[in-house]
Design a binder for this molecule. Structure first.
Ligand code: AMP
Length: 570
């Protein structure tokens, strides 16, 4: 572990990506297989590879507690030290500085320590396992173990650089490393294949989640045509649900994965049950939506299903789901990634999948005005926007290229006032970069509605830091409550009901559009406006008829909807 920590330290110390790659490649080339896969994963801040599907479930509190038990410092000293670093690893290293020498601990022993933490049943047990592991290490090793456990190395080692280092260490083509990584989604597996020169069979495997293809944002219809350069552009409805990858074997084994490749099979039993009878080997890419009858339910209903290990019959009836399929990556033993989208879609439609499977609504757009019209129609139906796809494009996992674009204009922006600010992390730990903001009630009270940390330039943040320090009312650890004077315009993807903030609402993906020095806090938007936006756009149910275009699906939907309401007693 010492060598790992020293290598990480060396990588973090240089700003040159070339040098980072060289140092890592040199280190990786000395490692045996198990250590190799651990080292590449840990260097990119992942305790486990994605294909292992493990979660540590180790809270920040347990980590902090373990360090403080081992440290001689008082809790006030530890807090002050944390404020200085804003990084668990750097903090742990200094908190335990000067402790007498650690043991020589191998990467395998550290991995065994991670397993013990993962398998421990309670938070207290996890903390004890971590403490036992840290007690054996010297401060530099502690630093990197904590960084791995907090899933952030902060040494500027993005996955792309690890790929390059692997290519260099094992003298294999970078493109082959990238493709294997793209398909397996797992750097550890990729590293092992590089080591044994097994990059050719870098093909898809059922039940190994594949990274999702992503879309680049565009602002206007004209920009979409300019960027995609295809005579006809496919438009699909952009559904507001959660991404889902379905793997199915012919004998009915079925697993589902979320956008971050976590297994979500248990949360959507109706999809799994229906898939089991398909009689095909399939890998489908799609979006899960909550629905009832002929309506897509608001995202808040789908949220009730997310992360569930067990879904009660009651919840199944209250928030039933469908899988809207838009891509097919594997069919009966054949990987389809390299076929054009139009062909993949043809095969997907030919499957004739029944409810709760639907097909994404598809419409060609011939030119920008036509695209604008389709966009207006989808917005009218209550959808967020459109996905635009090149019908000739292959499926490129994990890539955000120009073959898929997304066109979604912000629904609205709100003018809000900053009520509290927080010190940032990493590069931004010296500045106040996280802003909590509020809207006002008719009688002049301020109610928080969100928190944003993107949108302002570094220079603006620097200026605002000085301003907020001068306007601080009180300090609570990393958070400063400030005089409510600074007005921001913020935008967001959606509004949700939530008790996280006092307004009773929260924003999805809030970002700052600009500072509004021209506007006094007394003129910011009101809670009434938030309520109005919420009921206009997000509490709305979207017609399901517009979602299903698959042959025969509409009838199946009607039939099942009938059964549902009969079973429900409605
Ligand atoms: P965004 O989350 O704004 O980056 O948009 C991309 C997400 O939109 C994808 O990850 C999917 O979850 C979702 N999505 C909804 N409809 C589609 C569609 N027809 N094709 C691809 N992605 C879609």
């Amino acid at each position: 572990m010492l060598q790992f920590a020293q290598t990480a330290e060396q990588i973090g110390a240089t700003g040159s990506t070339l040098e980072k790659g060289r140092v890592l490649a040199e280190y990786l080339s000395t490692l045996q297989s198990d250590d190799l896969s651990r080292a590449v994963l840990w260097m990119s801040g992942q305790p486990y590879g994605r294909s292992q599907r493990y979660r540590l479930n180790l809270g920040w509190k347990a980590i902090a507690q373990a360090v403080s038990e081992l440290s001689d410092l008082s809790s006030a000293e530890l807090s002050a030290l944390y404020l200085k670093h804003s990084d668990l690893g750097d903090w742990g290293q200094e908190a335990l500085a000067g402790r007498s020498g650690g043991e020589q601990v191998s990467l395998g022993e550290i991995a065994a320590g991670f397993d013990a933490i993962r398998l421990a049943k309670s938070a207290a047990q996890k903390q004890r396992c971590l403490q036992a592991l840290l007690a054996r290490l010297e401060p530099l090793q502690v630093k990197y173990v904590l960084k791995i456990l907090s899933l952030e190395m902060r040494i500027g080692m993005q996955e792309g650089l690890v790929e390059a280092a692997l290519a260099r260490a094992f003298d294999v083509p970078l493109a082959a490393v990238q493709r294997t990584h793209m398909l397996t989604g797992d750097l550890g597996v990729t590293a092992l294949r590089c080591q044994v020169g097994d990059l050719e069979k870098g093909e898809l495997q059922l039940f190994q989640p594949v990274r999702f293809m992503l879309a680049s944002p565009v602002e206007t219809a004209a920009e979409a045509f300019a960027r995609m350069r295809t005579p006809v552009l496919w438009t699909e409805e952009k559904y507001d649900g959660v991404r889902c990858q379905l793997h199915l074997s012919r004998d009915g084994r079925c697993e589902l994965f979320s956008r971050d490749l976590k297994e979500t099979t248990a949360a959507f039993p109706e999809v799994v049950e229906a898939a089991a009878g398909a009689g095909h080997e399939l890998l489908i890419d799609g979006e899960i939506l909550a629905h009832r009858g002929d309506r897509v339910l608001p995202f808040s209903q789908l949220q009730r299903r997310l992360g569930r290990k067990l879904v009660s019959r009651k919840l199944r009836l209250e928030a039933p789901v469908v899988l809207v399929a838009f891509d097919l990556l594997w069919l009966d033993g054949e990987p389809l990634l390299d076929l054009p989208l139009a062909e993949r879609r043809r095969r997907l439609e030919a499957l004739g999948l029944a409810w709760p499977f639907l097909l994404a609504r598809l419409e060609d757009a011939a030119d920008p005005p036509h695209l604008d019209q389709i966009f207006a129609e989808t917005r009218e139906r209550g959808n967020e926007g459109l996905m635009l796809k090149d019908p000739q494009s292959p499926y490129t996992p994990g890539r955000r290229g120009l073959a898929w674009l997304k066109l979604k204009r912000p629904l609205a922006s709100l003018d809000v006032v900053v009520t509290a600010v927080e010190w940032g992390h990493g590069k931004r730990r010296q500045v106040l970069s996280d802003y909590t903001f509020a809207v006002r009630t008719e009688d002049g009270r301020l109610l928080n509605v969100g928190k944003a940390y993107t949108g302002l330039t570094d220079r603006e943040i620097e200026t605002m830091t000085k301003h907020f320090l001068a306007q601080t009312i009180s300090e609570h650890g990393r958070t400063l409550v400030v005089k409510p004077e600074v007005v921001l315009e913020v935008t967001f993807d959606a509004l949700q009901r939530s008790n996280r903030h006092r307004s009773g609402y929260a924003m999805r993906f809030p970002r700052i559009v600009r500072l509004r020095p021209d506007k006094p806090a007394s003129e910011i938007d009101t809670l009434g406006r938030v309520e109005e936006l919420y009921s206009r756009y997000f509490e709305r149910e979207v017609p399901l008829a517009e979602v299903a275009t698959g042959p025969g699906l509409a009838e199946a939907a009607a039939e099942v909807a009938g059964e549902d309401s009969a079973g429900d007693g409605r």
